[in-house]
Write a protein that binds this ligand. Structure first.
Ligand SMILES: Nc1nc2c(ncn2[C@@H]2O[C@H](COP(=O)(O)OP(=O)(O)OP(=O)(O)O)[C@@H](O)[C@H]2O)c(=O)[nH]1
Ligand SMILES: [Mg+2]
Length: 201
């Protein structure tokens, strides 16, 4: 069993006043596009968000084959790492792919590859450039959850911080490019980026 966790508890400030997770992207809410991609790679789906987002996200994912469950931020606005921990706390599977709600081009074959790489380790995290792509990575759910909670207790909010407590595999650029394209990491933040991306579906 493999899980997917979509992290969607952000405030979408660069997008304006509305929740970008459910914003229309070429006729489909963005988060539904992410769930559709994950459907090819996982058996269960958890959506992490704030309580006030549930109704709209649930509607955006209505009748989805993965039948998502929600994991709500108790203390909203603590950043993506807190959301990752909350989401991972709700999965049944040993390993979970964490994907941000604003990555509508996520490549399921690459997610498969990350699951393979994470096996017998505690995480597989792509590093296509100088940054770790911690919101498109596969984690041992329990181990990462514990590491996130520890990092938060230390007052750390950077998502790389819990990695250093884990046995993690780095999927370097060359390896990334052998299995997918950089489009998989593209994340949409502004209305302009939405408009430009919509033309590609
Ligand atoms: N649970 C949770 N998720 C978050 C939080 N902040 C960001 N995220 C999620 O992390 C991912 C990447 O974050 P951003 O691209 O910065 O999204 P955002 O924070 O909603 O948008 P901006 O306000 O424009 O930065 C998105 O999937 C967000 O939903 C948070 O405080 N809590
Ligand atoms: Mg943000």
């Amino acid at each position: 069993m493999r899980a997917g966790v979509i992290v969607a508890g952000g405030r979408s400030t660069r997008f304006g006043d509305s929740n970008k997770a459910v914003a229309d992207l070429a006729g489909t809410p963005m988060i539904r596009r992410v769930a559709d991609c994950l459907r090819e790679a996982v058996d269960e789906l958890v959506v992490n968000c704030r309580e006030d987002q549930v109704e709209a996200i649930d509607a955006a994912l209505s009748d989805h084959a993965l039948d998502p469950t929600f994991a709500l931020d108790e203390d909203p606005g603590q950043g993506p790492m807190a959301g990752i921990a909350t989401g991972l706390g709700a999965v049944d599977s040993e390993y979970a792919a964490v994907v941000a709600c604003d990555m509508p081009f996520v490549d399921p074959t690459f997610i498969d590859y990350l699951f393979e790489q994470a096996a017998s380790h505690e995480a597989a995290v792509p590093r296509p450039d100088e940054w770790f792509q911690t919101t498109q990575a596969v984690y041992h759910a329990e181990a990462m959850q514990v590491a996130c909670r520890r990092a938060l207790e230390r007052g750390e909010h950077k998502v790389v911080e819990p990695l250093f407590d884990l046995d993690y595999v780095v999927v370097e650029r060359e390896d990334v490019l052998e299995h997918t394209t950089l489009e998989t990491f593209e994340n949409l933040n502004t209305r302009e980026e939405f408009k430009a991306a919509a033309d590609r579906f």
